[in-house]
Design a protein around this ligand. Structure first.
Ligand code: C5P
Length: 236
């Protein structure tokens, strides 16, 4: 499979067309941004780690019954995935208070919820990805009720799987963001990535942050945290 034309360049990835109209190649970059693109930097080795971690998790999620866009890992940084149209919703699941939740509701980080929460943001750069509820998403025709029901079901399945898998590696899953896409035949599949860029991971014993918050908050040892997650989850 070969990269033909660059279709898109995002903050952390580039996407290329291939000979197959239903398959694109994603290439992960080391570039990092935070705070709506205001903070920019590089996390050396991040692209390779995020690519391999995403692929490892997506292949297991497929087996656990969550359809994904994954087709084939091509190299350290590149993966063939199904071509989808992205549903313009960021789907965020939280098990523990942190980040924007703690800020918005004026609570400390680290409150363990009795049940996971779900929320949506409207993926729209001009509007800075505002929070949106499911009724608004349907009103704006971003998705149908059926699609939203499917997305919620898969998102909680991903949470159950990830929480368990990470707990076995001594990592607590605090929260994470998912994106879903629609294939040519209208099937909803998990897309984008699952990585320290898109999840909050805390060491189960020490509470040490092992994710992009080290970059966002200038905590130091950013690369070390990504490498530690790769070591624990992928054994490398
Ligand atoms: O910032 P906030 O607390 O809302 O983030 C919740 C989770 O979603 C975090 O794990 C964060 O890394 C992820 N997220 C993301 N991309 C965004 C916003 C949040 O991956 N644009």
């Amino acid at each position: 499979m070969n990269k033909l034309e660059q279709l898109y360049e995002g903050k952390a990835k580039k996407v290329y067309s291939t000979e197959d109209p239903n398959v694109v190649i994603v290439s992960y970059k080391d570039d990092a941004t935070a705070f709506d693109g205001l903070k920019k930097g590089t996390i050396t080795g991040k692209g390779a780690i995020n690519n391999q971690m995403t692929n490892f998790l997506m292949q297991q999620l497929e087996k656990a019954g969550v359809p994904t866009h994954f087709v084939e890992e091509l190299s350290e940084r590149e993966t063939a995935v199904k071509k989808v149209s992205i549903v313009p919703l960021e789907v965020i699941i939280r098990n523990i208070s942190a980040g924007s939740f703690a800020k918005r509701y004026g609570v400390e980080e680290g409150i363990v919820f009795d049940e996971p929460t779900i929320e949506f943001s409207y993926k729209n750069d001009d509007l800075h990805d505002p929070l949106i509820n499911d009724y608004h998403a349907v009103a704006l025709k971003l998705a149908t009720w059926d699609e939203i029901d499917t997305i919620k079901k898969y998102a909680f399945q991903v949470n159950d799987f990830l929480k368990k898998t990470l707990a076995e590696c001594g990592v607590t899953l605090v929260d994470f963001k998912l994106e879903f896409g629609k294939t040519a035949d209208g099937t909803i599949v998990l897309a984008d990535e699952i990585s320290p860029d898109t999840c909050r991971f805390w060491d189960s014993k020490t509470g040490e942050k092992l994710d992009k918050d080290r970059f966002r908050r200038d905590l130091g040892n950013v690369e070390g945290a990504y490498q530690e997650m790769a070591r624990r989850l992928l054994g490398k």
